[in-house]
Each structure stands twice: as C-alpha cells, then as structure tokens.
Design a binder for this molecule. Structure first.
Ligand SMILES: Nc1nc2c(c(=O)[nH]1)N[C@H]1C(S)=C(S)[C@@H](COP(=O)(O)O)O[C@H]1N2
Ligand SMILES: [Mo]
Length: 195
C-alpha cells in the first residue's frame, strides 16, 4: 500500500475497522457534509470555534461559539432510530417519521441533562427554545425520513425536530395547526445555552 492509499484509508476510518477484534464504531468526525451543528455548552467538541469567514449561515443567524459538535448524515443514522406516526398538519394524515431520539443526539455531543436551554434553529431562521425535560417529555426525534424516504432539503429536511403529537395529551386535544409550533423543519443548528 503506498502512502497516499494508506492516508485515504485512514481518513475513512477503515484502518481501525479492518483490524481484527475492533468493531466498527460510528464515526466521531464527519466525513460527509455536516447537516447539524451543536454549539455552546457541549461536553464534546469535534470542530474548531466559529469562523466568521466560512461559517456563513451560522453568522447570518447571529450564532458564535467556542465549542461545537457536528454531525453528518451517517453519524445520525448510525444512532438507534425510532419510528413515530403523527397526523401532520400539512395534509391531515398520519405519516411514518423515523430518526434518532433528539435526547440521544444531545448525549453524543455531551450535552448535560439539566441546567441548559436548547435552541433548535432551522435553515429559514425559525427557532424555538426547549428544555432537556421537554425534549424527554415529548420524546422529540430528529427525523431523517418520512414514509421511508429521506427528508429533502427544500421540503421538511434534511432534519426535522418533531414528536408524536397524537400521543401527547396536551397536544392531541389541540387543532392540527397548533400542534407543531415547537417542531422546526430544516433544523441545522442546536444552540446549547448554559444556565
Ligand atoms: N423551519 C420552520 N419550521 C417551522 C415553522 C417555520 O416557519 N419554519 N413554523 C412552525 C409553526 S409556528 C408551525 S404551526 C408549523 C407549521 O408551520 P409551517 O406551515 O411554516 O411549516 O411548523 C413549525 N415549524
Ligand atoms: Mo404556528
């Protein structure tokens, strides 16, 4: 194996996976396009601080940070996925949504279970603030799929922070149009605010 091949194999993380006795672990640094960046009070960091030159969209959304943890699609889909079937306000029909639990994604980035507020921010700037307790109570998922197909950018994706509103008593009684205000589609940034 020449040096170039070795380096590209190592960069793909295949080196460790190919060793006997080493189970393939989910990648800790994104190899594909980053879809989600957690910033602020994250316990783990896998990218440099905010770069005003190249973190253009984060900058437009007035985000700045020292520490951040980023995920690509493979890192998210490597986490255990759950399936929910809420009635959606867009067509009034139940749909199968699938993706990792938001609490699990936060855990991977070392976000504490309490004493923080969680900003969920979408590509169009729409943002909500929730607590870890609320994320657990609603059992938020970070949906990557609807009805078996990946969520498109330009539609509700690629990531949609959503919950099974039909199964949440305080939401199930509300009109459909009032159930999903805490549910940003196209979420790309999660700001973890301490205190
Ligand atoms: N990215 C994004 N997500 C969003 C919104 C939005 O404007 N942008 N609106 C929220 C609100 S207030 C509701 S009621 C539902 C439906 O809004 P929408 O029709 O703008 O999707 O999505 C929620 N998620
Ligand atoms: Mo709304």
């Amino acid at each position: 194996m020449n040096k170039r091949q070795f380096l590209s194999t190592a960069a793909l993380g295949l080196g460790a996976a190919a060793l006997p006795g080493h189970a393939a672990k989910p990648s800790k640094t994104p190899g594909g396009p980053v879809l989600l960046t957690l910033t602020g009070a994250v316990g783990k960091s896998n990218r440099p601080a905010f770069d005003p030159a190249f973190d253009q969209m984060l900058g437009k959304h007035k985000v700045s940070f020292e520490r951040a943890y980023s995920f690509d699609y493979a890192m998210l889909t490597a986490l255990p996925a759950v399936t929910i079937k809420p009635t959606l306000e867009y067509d009034g029909k139940p749909h199968i949504l699938r993706g990792p639990r938001l609490s699990q994604v936060l855990k991977v980035a070392g976000v504490p279970d309490d004493g923080v507020r969680i900003l969920l921010q979408a590509i169009d700037g729409y943002a909500v603030v929730v607590t870890p307790a609320q994320i657990k109570q609603y059992d938020f998922i970070l949906a990557t799929e609807r009805d078996g197909l990946p969520l498109p950018l330009g539609g509700l994706g690629p990531l949609w922070a959503v919950y099974d509103a039909d199964r949440i008593p305080e939401l199930a009684g509300k009109p459909l149009k009032e159930r999903f205000a805490l549910s940003p589609w196209g979420v790309y940034h999660i700001g973890v605010q301490a205190g």
